[in-house]
Design a protein around this ligand. Structure first.
Ligand SMILES: Cc1cc2nc3c(=O)[nH]c(=O)nc-3n(C[C@H](O)[C@H](O)[C@H](O)COP(=O)(O)OP(=O)(O)OC[C@H]3O[C@@H](n4cnc5c(N)ncnc54)[C@H](O)[C@@H]3O)c2cc1C
Length: 257
């Protein structure tokens, strides 16, 4: 069955702009943290942030984090997402959750091509049958072995066998298989992630997801994420020969996101 993208912002550092601005101000200030806290108005925090971005002093951005819940994405996407190392992830397991009726993502270009769509959905259905078949065979044989060799009663043997079967049957599951993942990134890493993954060079699915994440982050802190998005939002396109040639259009899109 087909699934659609769902991105939610679960939580974030309270008052992320003030947290980042205080950390930054401390670096350049003689006074103590109490005083910085008392004196930091929203307007000061905003000015300080602009100054920081101009200096390229980015480490204070690491003091604020955002946690997103993501559903309706493919394993192909999550494989790309987890390449971003300065983040924390928790992903639904295919070892512990059996895929008795796995959901999948259909790429838009396949969806709009009837012939490709028929072939795609048939493949998904065939994979489901293979998965079920392998899982059943493994469950039956592991149960028998566990009862005979380890002396387990039938109920315990079957429960253990099911876990072992899931673990190996999952090898036939496709990259299209739907997944759910929770990701936490600090603002510095998030902005780096948005630079790479909201660019037209990124693959369509992770680009769509990253753009939704940026929308949600910008609602919380328009100042922190003011210049976030692909490289062209901050100046010339950085993609060289791989440029999409649509920098003006993209800048406009991210300005109004
Ligand atoms: C358009 C596109 C195409 C891609 N194609 C491929 C591909 O064909 N094959 C492939 O394997 N990957 C590919 N990738 C993934 C890419 O190579 C990176 O693994 C991924 O984007 C994570 O980015 P990152 O390494 O900059 O950042 P993160 O892991 O998010 O780290 C952030 C930053 O921290 C620093 N950092 C993190 N770890 C280290 C470290 N160990 N040493 C030094 N500095 C570090 C770097 O400055 C890095 O930019 C592609 C990515 C994009 C956007």
């Amino acid at each position: 069955m087909e699934q659609n993208l769902k991105v939610m912002l679960i939580s974030h550092t309270p008052n992320p702009l003030k947290t980042v601005a205080m950390a930054a101000k401390l670096c350049y200030s003689k006074v103590g943290i109490d005083k910085i806290n008392e004196n930091m108005s929203d307007e000061d925090a905003k000015k300080f942030m602009e100054m920081l971005l101009n200096y390229g002093h980015l480490s204070p951005l690491e003091h604020a984090s955002f946690t997103f819940g993501i559903e309706g994405v493919s394993r192909t996407l999550t494989h790309q997402l987890v390449r971003h190392r300065i983040a924390s992830y928790s992903q639904q397991s295919q070892r512990y959750v059996s895929e008795k009726q796995f959901e999948y993502i259909i790429p838009p270009k396949i969806k709009e091509d009837k012939e490709a769509l028929d072939a795609f959905t048939k493949t998904m259905s065939d994979i489901q049958s293979s998965y079920d078949n392998i899982r059943d065979i493994l469950t039956k044989n592991h149960t028998k072995r566990l009862m005979e060799e380890e002396g387990l009663d039938e109920k315990s043997a079957r429960s253990k066998a099911l876990k072992l079967a899931n673990e190996d049957a999952r090898f036939v599951l496709p990259g299209a298989c739907e997944s759910k993942i929770i990701v936490t990134m600090n603002v510095r890493e998030l902005k780096h992630f948005f630079t790479l993954r909201t660019c037209t060079r990124a693959q369509w699915e992770i680009r769509e997801m990253a753009t939704e994440m940026l929308k949600l982050a910008k609602e919380v802190s328009p100042v922190l994420f003011k210049d976030a998005g692909p490289g062209c939002v901050r100046g010339k396109c950085t993609e060289g020969k791989m440029t999409c040639g649509k920098a003006d259009e993209i800048r406009e899109k991210f300005k109004n996101l």
